[in-house]
Design a protein around this ligand. Structure first.
Ligand code: ASP
Ligand code: MG
Length: 421
């Protein structure tokens, strides 16, 4: 069997839902499980709603109304009115949130976030399942929260693989034999049946979990690009599709910030040798990118840009060397402040790192580093990572730039830079 994952962009309107139905048209029961994200940019809107509710803003109800209208418009367009049972199912899902936001927030804000934001996926899957049933495919809506079992780290649920695997084997396998399954990405459930989310953009990861536990033949992620590109079209005019990637290269690219696939997606697939295809829902006949074990493709140079970087340079006040002890103190502080290091370099008495410039967090980190170290920093920088670099590719991205930091390994070059004054 296959797993298909459709992201928000693929189901952003009624036409998107119809297009999805066309893509899965020829599949029969027993052959397919479909994982779907919230429609369009609804997760952002639901985050806004959560914020408004937590701060008891006057906008709370207006934001929620906007979310409801967005979905009801799609339902009305698909089903020519509101007579289909899905209309009431979706209305009932919204009522639960109406009740929640009626009272003042009295629990943990991350918990509240998950209860609210998760409904994006609940509603999108209800609409898609209803549409498949209305058209050519019998589909069964399944609640992912009963299968993806997590701890209670809200907003970042940690998957209990053993439990998840057991329950999928025991209870989902028989369902799949009789149906095409439609379920949610991004959400899971705790042992006490509370909803958790797996972190933003986590639907790819959900799809990989299902693929792994079901020993799927393949996972296909349907995107609005023809496959994995060698650069983000947001930053680059000329991009090239990479036809084949190894798991290893895919992990490296996502680790350095390529946003095409969620970084946690590859490992479960690699562990079971399940191929991952990235294909275009706009041109479903295209071959996309195949990410597999033994592909030994010609390396295509890939570029990953991160903007809004801060370069932090750390010098021991007593001029001691940057060796194990200093490094472990430094790493401990980064860990405590939950700041991810994007690239780093050390010399005898200095240690430099580039991080996403989250002002609040970086300020606190620098304060705590300052006890032991002299700290200097630069803001407003770009970090470029080139995988399979050569001089030509470096020249291409460094025109009119000053390079503040450069780190090279055999296959990867990272440069922190700013525009020339
Ligand atoms: N809807 C969630 C998000 O936008 C999960 C996902 O799209 O993967 O973050
Ligand atoms: Mg999304």
């Amino acid at each position: 069997m296959d797993i298909f994952k459709f992201g928000g962009a693929s189901v952003k309107d009624a036409d998107g839902v119809k297009n999805l139905a066309n893509i899965v048209r020829d599949y029969k029961k027993g052959e397919l499980l479909i994982v779907i994200s919230a429609m369009g940019k609804i997760t952002n809107k639901l985050e806004e709603l959560t914020k408004a509710y937590l701060s008891q803003s006057d906008d709370t109800h207006a934001i929620f109304d906007e979310i409801k209208h967005f979905h009801f418009n799609i339902i009305e367009e698909l089903f020519q009115g509101n007579a289909n049972p899905v209309y009431n199912e979706v209305a009932n899902t919204f009522v639960e949130i109406d009740w929640l936001i009626e009272d003042e927030p009295d629990s943990n804000s991350d918990y509240i976030y998950d209860q609210i934001v998760s409904i994006g996926e609940v509603v999108s899957t209800k609409i898609v399942a209803a549409w498949l049933n209305e058209t050519n495919n019998k589909a069964l809506w399944v609640d992912a929260r009963n299968y993806i079992q997590t701890d209670n780290t809200y907003r970042e649920g940690k998957v209990d693989w053993e439990k998840t695997n057991q329950i999928i084997q025991k209870e989902m396998v028989p369902l799949i034999a009789k149906n095409i399954i439609v379920t949610q990405g991004f959400i899971g459930g705790t042992s006490e049946n509370y909803t958790t989310t797996l972190g933003r953009e986590g639907s790819d990861y959900s799809a990989a979990i299902f693929a792994s536990c079901l020993n799927a033949a393949a996972l296909t992620i349907w995107k609005d690009v023809p496959g994995v590109l060698n650069a983000d079209p947001k930053w680059f005019d000329e991009t090239e599709k990479i036809p084949q990637l190894s798991y290893h290269d895919a992990i490296e690219l996502t680790y350095y910030g390529a946003t095409v696939i969620h970084p946690k997606t590859i490992k479960p697939l690699q562990n079971k040798g399940i191929p991952l295809f990235v294909r275009s829902f706009i041109q479903p006949e295209g071959s996309g990118t195949a990410i597999t074990k033994d592909s030994n493709p010609l390396p295509v140079p890939s570029f990953i840009f991160k903007v809004n970087q801060a370069l932090i340079s750390i010098f021991p006040k007593d001029y001691s060397f940057i060796i194990e002890e200093n490094l472990s103190n430094i790493f401990e502080l980064f860990h405590q402040h939950r700041i991810k290091i994007n690239t780093m370099l050390n010399s005898a008495i200095s240690f430099s790192v580039s991080v996403d410039d989250n002002e609040e967090k970086v300020k606190k980190l620098i304060e705590s580093l300052s006890n032991q170290f002299t700290v200097k920093y630069n803001k407003g920088l770009e970090l470029v990572t080139i995988r399979y670099y050569n001089q030509q590719t470096i020249d291409r991205v460094t025109v009119d730039k000053d390079i503040l930091l450069e780190v090279k390994s055999r296959h990867t070059c990272q440069m922190v830079m700013k525009n020339k004054a």
